[in-house]
Design a protein around this ligand. Structure first.
Ligand code: IPT
Length: 956
């Protein structure tokens, strides 16, 4: 005899999207129909398998008093202090056997229970709908003991008709959520696996004659300046837009003069869709998206996407984001000049799209689909190429498009991410094209562009992007006619990404290149009591991808990282270049739609980094693409003869919804005269006194030639340093074999260089110390000569480095490191205020800056090289003033590079007694090799002969 033991749980491994839910429809936040939020505290019981507990908890009268509680929206693994399991991070590996559609027997299952009363004024007529905006990954739902159905599609809405089941009080809503389901195979995005009811649960009254589904078609004709509106509605009604005097029936078309919607000018018209039983507010943006002349055009103009990939993330709530956090993301994006978001890799909380409409961001709305883990088996059994899964794929496409179709910000639909190729994707594209011919379709995985309207790639190197721009990349006939975007580039993991300015130059040079989207917005660090922020492996996962989950432009707490500051500069909407010698500044409007009337311009003149004069600059309201040359005022007369430069800034002329008047949008800086280099005659002579040499203000160890003090300031002797704690980009991704310099440097031994003293020579005007710096076991080395001179007050160190042997790798850095026993505040004249490296220095502004040693540190979630300031002319700290000949890179920290290198989390770093200072002549570029290209050749720090000098004096 055979029998099945678990007939009731077949749905978990069923490839179908589910059963019982209503057809998808347009989402709206509020209408005049009543609604009841069911967010809040729910009773919660966790089981280890899908059927460890029966479903009697769904019955009325069930006693759940001894259950735990969780907050909805939320993920249970982030609640209960570890009592409910923990998060798992994998990039593309499935954390369970690839055995589709089966999932492990160990399948954490969370039973959620909520008892609610209807408000006393809840209408007795009409029906009601229960809406789940997001549940990971599979849910089965009961109301008052009656099963409503089950569903998959974690980041998509599901509604159930419940009017007939509701009672005034004591309604029992029971939801059983399984962490793993057949749907998990379609949700293999690079992120934490986080089960739970993580978006809102809402009960919506559905009045008789209420609004059903509706589709707002609002186009803009740039040749006439007119907008055309038609609202198709399942339920007939009227559409009114008071500001436009529109009052038409649904389904009827009306054309009037309008201001169009663009990301730069997000004009929304308030309207109402009124049916017999309901009034739904509309926010209408008129715009037309087409593929024309091989370009994505909106309102007749090609757009340049300056975008970012945004996962939903909060360090404590995971993907359960509140409205304020969503708004913070949008405001940060607008304030950093971004104009586009790809909702990687699933439709976001719908309120986020409302914000994109309101503040102005172009959106690529991506479907909740990724089957990346099948790449491990050459895509065998990939669900997107297996007809049995196609209904689930179509269901996902429809739930996204129907939910989000009324957002003007959404200009492109994306089928999903990293799912290989297959018939299921084609079916999705066909369905979407048919349902919404007024938008374009994107998918990166198909390089032949069979189903898509844009050729999209991720992490293509600069040289390939240039070829694509020049249309020399070949490809299918269809692809050759399409515009190009990088849906992911500039991997913002740790220090970096480098090379953004070089990409932007290409995007701006070639018409076919319509920009790109940085990977990614935020580090998905999980707030952790001991570690600060946890990443993959910190929860004991058996398979994980470490800190690959921390690769955002903002830190987990949404503090902008230097990468975001750099990106803001690189994509600034106004280009400001100057000819300082002739006092001319050239301003170019790089926007696609808006003129410059929203901006005010200011000039200032600096002598040695200090502003001596400033004023406003009148700049014509240039149209997009236009440039003008503006004459700067006569440079101020100043007897000091220092280094002079101009700085010109573009600021918001008035308050906007996203930043206050005076917010700096763009800037340019240019020299008005060369920098006088520090020099003095070497008048002093080294004098021996026992085991010391003195030279001007300095004392040296006579035997080793090591500097001991300058004036009263004790130092641990400067010596050559080439090591930096490898960044994630130095380490590179595992699939990059021959350019992973972090490993190559370590193999060569650059992290354990030995210093052999060759000679100490006291001459007439200099103390010269000759050394050879080299790693054990290798024949390569760096002949290094330190030459010390003084004029009695100041001390000059000239370093000359001559590589010996066959150097096949670049150097991480080249300079000197020394220790100071006391240092806290730091002031410098040079690049700032933030860190910069050779290929991440666009945003480094030359000026006078102040900070502290702690303030100089950039808190990358996994500690690594950070905090260098570029182009430093002089720095003062710890009683010393150090001037550079030429300018140098300055770094100071309370731990050694070796300690920084060994640390896995910020909490591993404990300040020691010494402040370690690096004065570098060179730094190797950063690149984006944690996923993408390394530094371009011009940013390599080659092992080549080099000379550089520093002048030391005391400030006390
Ligand atoms: C690409 C993914 O699309 C994205 O989700 C993320 O994983 C990113 O890489 C790296 O952080 S896939 C890439 C490995 C080609």
């Amino acid at each position: 005899m055979s029998f099945r033991t678990t007939p009731s749980v077949d749905y978990v491994e069923d490839v179908s999207p589910g059963s019982g839910a209503l057809p998808p429809r347009a989402w709206y936040a509020a209408s005049d129909a009543q609604s009841l939020s069911l967010n809040g505290s729910w009773r919660f019981r966790l089981s280890a398998t899908v059927d460890a507990e029966d479903d009697s908890f769904a019955e009325e009268g069930y006693e759940a008093g001894d259950w735990a509680e969780v907050t909805v929206p939320g993920h249970w693994v982030l609640q209960g202090d570890g009592a409910f399991g923990s998060p798992i991070y994998t990039n593309h590996l499935y954390p369970f056997p690839v055995d589709p559609p089966h999932v492990p027997t160990e399948n954490p299952t969370g039973d959620h229970l909520r008892v609610f009363d209807l408000p006393s004024d809840w209408p007795s007529d009409g029906g009601a709908v229960l809406r789940f905006d997001g549940v990971e990954s599979c849910a089965r739902v009961w109301l008052n003991g009656t099963e409503l159905g089950e569903f998959k599609g974690s980041r998509l809405p599901h509604e159930f008709a419940v009017g007939h089941l509701l009672k005034p009080g004591g309604n029992v809503l029971a939801v059983r959520v399984h962490q793993w389901s057949a749907g998990s195979y379609l949700e293999d995005q690079d992120q934490w696996w986080l089960p739970g009811i993580f978006r809102d649960v809402t009960l919506l009254h559905r009045p008789a004659g209420g609004v059903g589904d509706f589709f707002v078609h609002a186009s803009y004709d740039h040749t006439t300046g007119e907008g055309t509106l038609r609202v198709d509605s399942d339920v007939d009604g009227r559409v009114t837009v008071p500001a436009l005097d529109i009052d038409v029936a649904t389904g009827e078309t009306v054309t009037v003069a309008v201001e169009p919607w663009t990301a730069e000018t997000p004009k929304l018209y308030d309207g109402v869709l009124a049916t017999e039983g309901e009034r739904v507010p509309l926010r209408i943006g008129f715009r037309t998206v087409v593929l024309e002349d091989g370009l994505v055009k909106v309102n007749g103009r090609a757009v340049l996407f300056k975008g970012v990939n945004r996962h939903e993330w909060h360090p404590e709530q995971g993907r359960a984001l509140d409205l304020e956090t969503m708004r913070e993301d949008v405001l940060l994006m607008k304030r950093h000049n971004l104009n586009a978001v790809r909702t990687s890799h699933y439709p976001p909380h719908p309120a986020f799209l409302d914000l994109c409409d309101e503040y102005g961001l172009w959106v690529i709305d991506e479907c909740d689909l990724e089957t990346h883990g099948f790449t491990e088996q050459d895509w065998r059994d990939n669900p997107v190429d297996d007809d049995r899964w196609t209904p689930a794929l179509l269901d996902r496409a429809a739930r996204m498009v129907e939910r989000d179709k009324n957002h003007p910000s959404v200009v492109i639909w994306s089928l999903g991410n990293e799912a290989g190729t297959g018939r299921g994707l084609t079916a999705m594209a066909e369905w979407i094209h048919d349902r919404d011919p007024e938008r374009l379709v994107h998918y990166e995985g198909d390089w032949n562009c069979r189903d898509t309207d844009v050729y999209s790639r991720m992490y293509a190197f600069h040289d390939e992007v240039e070829k694509i721009g020049q249309r020399l990349d070949g490809g299918t006939h269809r692809r050759r006619e399409l515009p190009f975007i990088q849906c992911e580039y500039g991997h913002a993991m740790g220090n970096g990404p480098g090379g953004l300015a070089d990409y932007q130059e290409l995007f701006e040079k070639y018409e076919r290149l319509q920009g790109g989207f940085i990977w990614e917005w935020i580090d998905h660090g999980v707030k952790h009591a001991e570690l600060g922020y946890a990443y993959g492996g910190d929860f004991g996962e058996e398979l994980h991808d470490g800190n690959f989950v921390c690769d955002g432009l903002v830190f987990p707490d949404r503090t902008p990282s230097p990468g975001l500051v750099e990106y803001k500069k690189v994509i600034e909407p106004v280009h400001i270049e100057g000819d300082g010698a002739n006092g001319i500044v050239r301003i170019t409007n790089k926007q696609d739609f808006a003129d410059l009337s929203a901006l005010a311009f200011e000039w200032s003149c600096q002598v040695d980094g200090e502003t001596v004069e400033s004023g406003s600059l009148s700049v014509p309201a240039l149209a997009p693409g236009e440039s003008a040359e503006v004459k700067l005022p006569e440079p101020p007369v100043d007897g000091r003869g220092g280094e002079r430069q101009w700085t010109v800034r573009a600021l918001l002329a008035d308050d906007t919804s996203w930043a206050a008047k005076g917010h700096v949008v763009a800037w340019g800086q240019f020299a008005a005269g060369a920098r006088p280099l520090p020099s003095f005659p070497a008048t002093d002579r080294p004098v021996r006194d026992g085991n010391r040499f003195t030279l001007g203000p300095a004392a040296f160890d006579a035997r080793t030639g090591a500097l001991l003090s300058i004036g009263g300031v004790e130092v641990s002797a400067p010596r050559l340093d080439v090591w930096r704690a490898p960044t994630d980009n130095d380490d590179g991704a595992e699939w990059q074999t021959d350019t992973r310099y972090g490993t190559l440097w370590r193999t060569l031994g650059l992290h354990r260089m030995r210093h052999r003293l060759v000679s100490v020579e006291a001459g007439d005007d200099a103390l010269t110390v000759r050394t050879r710096v080299a790693p054990a076991a290798r024949e390569v080395g760096l002949d290094t000569v330190y030459r010390w001179t003084s004029d009695g007050e100041r001390l000059r160190l000239s370093v000359s480095v001559t590589p010996e042997g066959d150097w096949t790798v670049p150097l991480p850095r080249l300079g000197v490191r020394f220790g100071l026993s006391e240092a806290d505040s730091v002031e410098w004249f040079g690049g700032g205020p933030g860190e910069a490296y050779p290929d991440t220095r666009a945003a480094s502004m030359v000026g006078r800056w102040q900070s502290t040693v702690d303030g100089l540190q950039t808190p990358y979630v996994r500690p690594q090289e950070n905090g260098a300031r570029a182009d430093v002319r002089w720095v003062e700290l710890g009683g010393l003033r150090i001037e550079g000949d030429p300018e140098f890179w300055f770094t100071a920290r309370r731990w050694t590079t070796e300690q920084l290198d060994a640390a896995r989390h910020r909490t591993d770093l404990t300040p020691g007694d010494t402040v370690w200072v690096n004065l570098d002549h060179g730094q190797h570029g950063i690149g984006s090799q944690s996923c993408g290209p390394g530094p371009l050749p011009q940013y390599f720090l080659k092992a080549e002969p080099a000379q550089f000098a520093f002048v030391f004096s005391t400030t006390r």
